[in-house]
Design a protein around this ligand. Structure first.
Ligand SMILES: Cc1ncc(COP(=O)(O)O)c(C=O)c1O
Ligand SMILES: Nc1c(O)cccc1C(=O)C[C@H](N)C(=O)O
Length: 389
């Protein structure tokens, strides 16, 4: 049965999250399916940045207190914690994903002295691979690739894995892999970049030890917005991260000679993360107010299913590389085609923004707060017009 535009309109009419699109500023006529690379701007952000400039002008250094800048890293951590299934004091917002990965990976290896290997999946995001390679070189450890058959045994200090694969959107079994790591006494470090804000994440339920993630994708913090780091409560006093700047000191303004780690996740800070980025993120997170992660997942699945069904009808030349089962994929679908790059460039000229990952993957992300079913319908129509016969 052919799917029509009216079907998409009906799905939007029944969508409990439909009204949330008004919280965003998306150019007219653009179908934005790249929120899994850079989220769209929530309307509240522009006003928050103007207020930030005003606070700075008016209160000068006093704004650290009067505008609450000093407490932002921890406060934002509590807001992100709700979206990733963590306790409020288990997440801190600071630095970049790659920087946090470096710090937590070194800390994890230090908690497993005598173990000689780190495992990662070769399909992980390149920055994760590079950081893991760098940490292994620094500490004299061996790096093994889980998806290429490297054994998970008692020689492994830590396993690093993405919750959602950035190319295919496949969801990893967080609880299962964490349990396998724990069975051999290894620690488990998750990268949540492609899941937080789009699908439920349950770090506590999975028994995860450590995690990192960015805030510029589904959390809409803006380009280069600060990332976050999670440390399970039971490990917080044992974490010794390697970049011991004054931001992680127990008494930053005592100006003491020796480093003394701050309690809890505060010790993961190096110095001051850019306040302007944290202010933007704080306003951006308001877009999630009143929204449950289950509602996000349902909407994401509905959008993805519509895209897959329409693609089966109208884009037969595209090969689905994401899992067919919506429960097995995050909020994106990916297809392969030898002319993927050209198709995406021509689709972009027609206002459909997806992204290309070499050698031939087309990714389409469905940020559940602002993508509509009619957007999905429009996207497939416009892409169909540019796929070579
Ligand atoms: C899975 C994953 N990990 C890490 C990164 C790197 O994040 P950052 O630029 O914050 O270091 C990205 C995206 O750039 C990513 O998609
Ligand atoms: N952070 C990015 C950037 O500054 C420019 C272009 C892309 C990005 C990305 O975040 C890419 C993204 N992590 C990915 O999944 O491919």
């Amino acid at each position: 049965m052919t799917i029509t535009r009216a079907d998409a309109v009906r799905l939007d009419a029944a969508d409990p999250l439909a009204g949330l699109r008004d919280r965003f500023d998306i150019p007219e006529g653009v179908v934005y399916l790249d929120g899994n690379s850079l989220g769209a701007p929530p309307r509240a952000v522009a006003g928050a940045l103007a207020a930030f400039a005003d606070d700075w002008r008016r209160d000068l250094i006093g704004a650290w207190g009067s505008a609450g800048w000093g407490g932002l890293a921890a406060r934002l951590g509590t807001r992100v914690a709700r979206l990733v299934g963590a306790a409020e004091d288990e997440v801190i917002v600071t630095d970049t994903t790659s920087g946090n990965l470096f710090k937590l990976l070194v800390a994890a290896c230090r908690m497993r002295p005598g173990r000689s290997r780190v495992l990662i999946e070769a399909a992980n995001f390149p920055s994760d691979l590079y950081v893991a390679q760098g940490v292994c070189e620094l500490l004299g450890l061996e790096l093994g690739y889980l998806d290429e058959g490297a054994p998970l045994d008692e020689t492994v200090a830590v396993v690093v894995h993405s919750h959602v694969d950035f190319r295919t959107g496949e969801i990893a079994d967080m609880a299962g892999l964490t349990a396998r790591a724990h069975d051999v006494g290894a620690l488990m470090l998750w990268d949540l970049c492609h899941s937080a804000g789009a699908i439920p994440v349950d770090l506590t339920g999975a028994g995860a030890d450590l995690a990192v993630g960015c805030t510029y994708k589904y959390l809409n913090g803006g380009p280069g917005s600060p990332a976050y780091a999670y440390v399970a409560g039971r490990l917080q006093d044992r974490v010794r991260q390697p970049i011991t700047g004054w931001g992680g000191h127990a008494r930053r303004f005592a100006m003491a000679r020796e480093f003394e780690p701050a309690p809890g996740t505060a010790r993961l800070q190096v110095s001051q993360a850019p306040v302007i980025g944290m202010v933007a993120l704080d306003a951006a997170l308001d877009a999630f107010e009143g929204v449950t992660v289950e509602a996000l997942r349902d909407k994401a699945a509905s959008l993805g299913e519509l895209f897959v069904a329409l693609a089966a009808e109208r884009l037969p030349a595209l090969r689905l590389v994401s899992p067919r089962d919506p429960a097995a994929r995050g909020s994106q679908v990916s297809f392969a085609h030898p002319a993927a790059e050209r198709i995406l460039a021509e689709a972009a000229e027609r206002g459909v923004v997806g992204d290309f990952r070499p050698p031939e993957t087309m990714r389409f992300g469905f940020a559940p707060l602002y993508v509509r079913h009619v957007d999905v319908y429009e996207a497939v129509e416009r892409i169909a017009a540019v796929v070579p016969a």
